[in-house]
Design a protein around this ligand. Structure first.
Ligand code: RP5
Length: 163
């Protein structure tokens, strides 16, 4: 199976990014985790993205906060799908990173998840890999069924309590 690249702009993003890493591990999807800043080491970030396809990656996840250019900078240098996680920081509640990540120019897409939405970033990456992997698709469907059952159980309990 090909890998998912999980890249963050700083180790200060790791508490958020770990949620994505854990989901990828739960589904048995191999990942490589890197710290590569679009601003502090732009050459290394560019090289990583430019060689990602031949290095065996299928999807890249990029997490960054503040002027969050990492996902866009990676996307500019690869035609692999790039999923951006805007990370919340102290001053602007993540709105800065959200806009910097989501507002990509036409031709260079970044699939942006919610602020700190690391779990959905991992699930979206897995869904992309599941296009050609039936085992992964089955695991995703099983999890959806569990999630549905949990909501319906909570619904039945609430109805019983407040009837
Ligand atoms: C961004 O700036 C990083 O992704 C991080 O979210 C933010 C702050 O980085 P540090 O100053 O904590 O290294 O590039």
């Amino acid at each position: 199976m090909n890998k998912v690249g999980v890249v963050m702009g700083s180790t200060s993003d790791l508490p958020v990014v770990e949620k994505a890493i854990n989901v990828l591990k739960e589904y048995g999807v191999p990942c490589e985790v890197r710290v590569l800043s679009a601003h502090r080491c732009p050459n290394e970030a560019r090289e990583f993205a430019a060689s990602a396809r031949e290095s065996g990656f299928s999807v890249l996840i990029a997490a960054a906060g503040m002027a969050a250019h990492l996902a866009g900078a990676l996307a500019a240098n690869t035609t692999l799908p790039v999923i951006g996680i805007p990370c919340k920081s102290a001053n602007l509640d993540g709105m800065d990173a959200l806009l910097a990540t989501v507002q990509m120019p036409s031709g260079i897409p970044v699939a942006t998840v919610a602020v700190d939405g690391a779990k959905n970033a991992a699930l979206l990456a897995i869904e992309m890999m599941a296009i050609t992997d039936k085992d992964l698709a089955d695991k995703l469907a099983a999890q959806r069924a569990k999630d549905t059952a949990a909501v319906l159980k909570a619904d039945a309990e609430l109805m019983a309590k407040y009837q």
